[in-house]
Design a protein around this ligand. Sequence first.
Ligand SMILES: [Zn+2]
Ligand SMILES: [Zn+2]
Length: 251
Amino acid sequence: MIKKGLYEVWKGVERNLLGILYPSRCPFCDGVLGISNCIGICSNCEKEVEFVKEPYCKKCGKPIENEVDELCVDCMERKFSFEYGHAVFVYNYSMKNAVARFKYNGRYEYAEYFAGQAVKMYENWINKISPDALIPVPIHKSRYRQRGYNQAQVIAESIGAKLGIDVINNLIIRVKQTLPQKELSVIERHKNLYGAFDIVEEMKELYRELKCVIMIDDIYTTGSTIEACADILKGSGIDKVYFLCICIGKK
Ligand SMILES: [Zn+2]
Ligand SMILES: [Zn+2]
């Protein structure tokens, strides 16, 4: 009993010390949050956050104008091989800045808030699907060296830890350095991602039991990235590929 008590006191002290040394920051204004703030966002920004809500596309999860359409324009025109997926936030102006800091300015700690909100919104859905693993969209190794982390992996690990789901980082790799999809036309986007991902052959045997996974990424733009990964995963014997992205555009 005493041992546990002391341990808990120590954990509390450690948490507070860490909070002083590495204060967590609000993803939307980058302001330092107080130690007592456990939701991971400041009260001003909390009002500004735009969550994805219904009606949304049944395939990609993008908010749509009316409830009559099941799918957004993009998903009506294109056939994807992934099952379907969800996103947490609308990619608005403040989200754009938050994601830019998260990816390019070393603010990987934002993942805690992003993952926390993802779990809050989609825990039931994730449990219903009951995936064998979460698979973050990989980044190219040169980008990893430059950035020091894969933003999708940090989110996946946080979600995985909260829900007790394995995260697999070594089954698919990004073999081609790609340009940001948003700067390209539709045809260029296909070309850009063609051959961008590959399965790690030596890992196929280890993960042969995998049947159902959820891909994790930071932004859903056209679906081409998730689709390229889903193609590879399905080709290696995985039956169901869903996705969960932190943010998505609005139609
Ligand atoms: Zn804020
Ligand atoms: Zn859609």
